[in-house]
Structure formats: C-alpha cells, structure tokens
Design a protein around this ligand. Structure first.
Ligand SMILES: NC(=O)c1ccc[n+]([C@@H]2O[C@H](COP(=O)([O-])OP(=O)(O)OC[C@H]3O[C@@H](n4cnc5c(N)ncnc54)[C@H](OP(=O)(O)O)[C@@H]3O)[C@@H](O)[C@H]2O)c1
Length: 253
C-alpha cells in the first residue's frame, strides 16, 4: 500500500538488471520505497544490484527469476511475487532487447525474438500484473516504451514495431483501468546511454538512466500518463510524425 503521502513502498522491477530499471529502483529507495523485487533471467547477476539497494536503505530486496519469452510461466511468477511480499505499489516494465535489425529483416526467428520479448511477452505480464493490482485496488504500472515506437524507422523498424505495439496496448490498458485505482504511466525515452546502446553512435538529445529514473519518479508523483525523456522529444517527434514518408525514409535517423 502506498504510504499516507502517496509514496511507493513496494516495487517489482521486471528487468532487474536493466540500467534504467536499477536507476529507477535507486531513485525510489532514495525516497520512501523499502521493499524491492528485482526480477530477471539470471538471479545471480541481480545480486549486486540488490546489495546496492540494501546499502541505500531498502529493508527488503528479493531477487526472482522470470523470462519474458516463457509465457507459460508468467502467471505462476506473478502469483509468486505477490505471495512473497504482499501488496505491490508499482510494477516497472524495464526489460527489453534491441535485437539485431540486419538479421531480423531476413530471419523471422530474430524478428520474433524481438517482438516476443518487447511486446507479446510484456502483454502477458501486463495483463497478469494489472489483474493483481486491480484486485488490491491500487497501484501503478510503468512501461518503458520508446520514441522508436512513435514512427518506425528504416534502421530499426523491428524494435520500433515491438515498442509501437507495447505503447498502444499500454495506452488502452491505462484507459481500461480508469476507476480501478490502478494507473499506467508510459515512458518514451530517446537514446539512453546503457548497455543496450553501448557501441552505437549517440542520437541527438541522448540521455542517462538517472534522467529517465527522475522522469519516472516525477511522472508517478504527478499521476502522468505519458512522459518523454528528455521532454523536448515530445515536440521533435510530433514534428517527425508528419514528415512525408519519401522524405522521412531519407533522414539520417
Ligand atoms: N537504452 C535506450 O536507449 C532505451 C531507449 C528507449 C527505451 N528503452 C527501453 O528501456 C528498457 C530498459 O532498457 P535499458 O536501456 O535499461 O537496457 P538494458 O540495460 O540492456 O536492460 C535490458 C534488460 O532486459 C532484460 N531482458 C531482455 N530480454 C529478457 C527476457 N526475455 N526476459 C527477461 N528479461 C529480459 C535484460 O536481462 P539480461 O540482463 O538477462 O540480459 C536486461 O536486464 C527496455 O525496454 C528498452 O527497450 C531503452
């Protein structure tokens, strides 16, 4: 249950090894969050992040295993999260893969790995989480979407398509949850310096995991439904959305 000032007390981070996910967990713990579940594919790899959160003041940090691609396991995983810590105030969807666009264009296995990790796997976990949050009557879901989903680009349209699907689903889910006490925040970062983008040329208006974490923290506190990081991307993308396709596909983006 959020505390009397509306602060998040318990968070479940799906993608507990994500740099954005961990930065957000640190930001929440620096406020009033005391219980954290870090969930990811490799629980051993989550232990250093868990130790850091304890050092920062979290009183209970659990590490749990899940795989977005293993949809059959999602319901029991969600059930286990709730039975381990009780009510959860915030579920943060921070997992995802960029994938290999060059391979995915020719190999449906790679394309479907990207779509199933970022979209269909997330949908499965979104529905499971939303049902639990609705039953407890309160809570927030934060979904890491991307500017890449706003308009698909030649250079990464498979990832872009996965995020467009995730973003559209999350908008509809948020609308469907009005009046239930459950709130959905969609986060649309541009280029963030994390291991996902390591070795890539930084795009204009590139940002950091900490800046995304701050935007998430602020967005939850203010009950926002969509935030762009940095905020200037909202105007940039609303312009780019209307550029005619013959011109858009020639832009160096
Ligand atoms: N970095 C950017 O520029 C950027 C921009 C916009 C949006 N985003 C989105 O923000 C989110 C976090 O990204 P990040 O930059 O923090 O990336 P990151 O540090 O690479 O973290 C991605 C996380 O996703 C996990 N993951 C991948 N496939 C999974 C699966 N099948 N099941 C469970 N976990 C899985 C990875 O786990 P392992 O550790 O096991 O690999 C990793 O912990 C992602 O959804 C990403 O698409 C990122």
């Amino acid at each position: 249950m959020k505390d009397s000032l509306g602060g998040v007390q318990t968070v479940l981070v799906l993608g507990g090894g994500s740099e954005i996910g961990l930065a957000t967990a640190r930001r929440l713990v620096a406020d009033r969050t005391r219980t954290v579940i870090l969930a990811g594919r490799d629980t051993e790899a989550l232990r250093s992040g868990a130790d850091e959160l304890r050092r920062l003041g979290a009183t209970r940090v659990e590490v749990m295993q899940f795989d977005a691609l293993n949809r059959d396991s999602h319901q029991s995983f969600i059930d286990e999260c709730w039975s381990t810590v009780g009510d959860i105030d915030l579920v943060l969807f921070a997992f995802g893969v960029l994938g290999d666009q060059d391979v995915a264009e020719h190999d449906s296995k790679e394309a479907l790995r990207i779509i199933d990790s970022n979209f269909t796997g997330a949908v499965s976990l979104l529905i499971g989480s939303a049902e639990r949050l609705k039953a407890q009557g309160h809570g927030s879901i934060v979904v890491l979407s991307s500017v890449a989903g706003e308009r698909s680009r030649r250079s990464n349209f498979v990832y872009g398509a996965s995020k467009a699907g995730l973003d559209a689903f999350s908008q509809g889910l948020g609308d469907s949850l009005i009046g239930t006490g459950v709130h959905v925040l969609i986060v649309r970062p541009g280029f963030v310096h994390t291991k996902m983008t390591e070795g890539l040329d930084a795009a204009p208006l590139s940002t950091t995991p900490e800046a995304v974490a701050e935007a998430i923290f602020d967005g939850i506190a203010k009950g926002r439904e969509i935030v762009w990081v940095p905020a200037a991307l909202r105007g940039v993308m609303s312009g780019l959305r209307h550029v005619p396709r013959p011109l858009f596909r020639r832009l160096p983006i």
